[in-house]
Design a protein around this ligand. Sequence first.
Ligand code: PEP
Ligand code: MG
Length: 592
Amino acid sequence: MSFQVFGLPVSRGVAIGRAVLVASSRIDVAHYFIDEADVDQEAERLRLARDAVANELSTLQRDLPADAPPELSALLDVHLMLLRDETLVLATRQWIQDRHYNAEWALSAQLEVLARQFDEMEDDYLRERKADLEQVVERLLRAMARGPSTSYAPAPGVRPRDFAGEDPLVIVANDIAPADMLQFKRSVFTGFVTDVGGKTSHTAIVARSMDIPAVVGAREASHLIRQDDWVVIDGDTGVVIVDPSPIVLEEYRFRQRQSGLERDRLSRLRHTPAVTLDGERVELLANIELPGDAPAALEAGAVGVGLFRSEFLFMNRGGELPGEDEQFEAYRAAVEAMKGLPVTIRTVDIGADKPLDRMSANELRHEHALNPALGLRAIRWSLSEPGMFRQQLRAILRASAMGKVRLLIPMVAHLSEVRQALEAVARAKQQLLEAGKLCGDIEIGAMIEVPAAALMLPSLLKHFDFVSVGTNDLIQYTLAIDRADEAVAHLYDPWHPAVLKLLAQTIADARAAGKSVGVCGEMAGDPAFTDLLLAMGLRNFSMHPSRIAAIKQRILRADTRQLSPHVADVLRSDDPEATAERLFNRRAVAAE
Ligand code: PEP
Ligand code: MG
């Protein structure tokens, strides 16, 4: 039966595909595709884990003290029975074989299917066996974590699309950790739906960077949608239609074709310089997560990388951090791929909704710091790990000998942090010099993401060559809204007068000091803000490569001489969105 669920549209377009439910297990489960040739080996991992758990349970049962309550032995019997039940192991094997999921993912997918069957049982006793099943699966997952593992990523050159079956697939999950998103980035999925998350949660940002439709904050979606259901994800309106009727499906297929045509049209602007009607040159740069994203940035016509989110190099590594040489190779790869264009590398921004391991933002929020967004993240984390920080700085400085590299420090709020960070850079340079290693001229910039930094900009500017406004966090911290929390997502408002005032002031202060200023938050890639940002004096926008063409189109039609006089009116207004719409005479297009 067809039904709809609603969430926040975070990445435009329409996706149609079969649902792949990514279960949130109590223990950390990696999700990746395995190579065709590894199917048997993966099934063998599952078999070994089952044997190990069967042994464990039998030993436990054998060693039960004589006075142990009889229920305990009965419970172990139930666990052994569930373990041997073919609907668990055989069906899990089937997921490995048909979909090429890694064994852990296959097992959690099957758990999801069985858990629903238990939920629907009439008999209380049987329904309650779901908890036993979860425990058995947890034991199996732990056994697999101890046993031989497969490589985490698909083999080079393997395109999961080749083997993940005929139908397009969309992901449905409670939450997706940024590290898992990174894995999915190289894979087959054509859309995402999550129960939690806000418009600028990192899951949403990665979905946009993949340029695939996504809806987050859809609350019950992962409970209501079943494995393999047909799902339409409308990334423009936030509607998710499950089991659509043929007429609805046809309507959405038509929209898919239309957006394909629009995309082709925009891509023709690729090599046109971004110059306004009155001759103002605007730099459109790319935000990237991995060096492998650089070719797409070039292809989209970016004139450089405005934000390389280096923390993605630190994820999916089981807690082990990349060393200096490994980082250097990654930065060098990005610099070389950009063929002489500047690459802005941000030092690691770990913390808040970007944990080091695969924990999702939601789990992190509940299990660790009370307010992770206000906790040890970004430059605060780096300064608390001086060895790691200096390694990263050395790697970035070495890459600066290979091309034009700019260093960007995230979440600066205190002058003491500035002093410490700059001292660390100086020390790293000195170490390279002593080791006879090359290091180029490097500009150092600060991200303006905390109201404190925006308010004290003139003091900060004395220490930096440039600044880049991270509007995602600036909004979060100005409005006290956790950007990853769907419960307050309706209050996350880039049009809030306080946000716009801070933004305008930052651009004006930087320009007055003769320093370069850019915006690299999501506002830069949202055409609804292009005119206003141009009017405020912004000439440097950094965004996902997929957004560049649409923003360029706006810029080509803009005349800054006509736009600029209206800034004061917008900033004075109680409803800046409506005022901007009226004055700039354009329909604001939400997240085009
Ligand atoms: C921002 O905060 O706007 C930003 C660009 O950084 P991130 O989204 O990675 O926190
Ligand atoms: Mg930020």
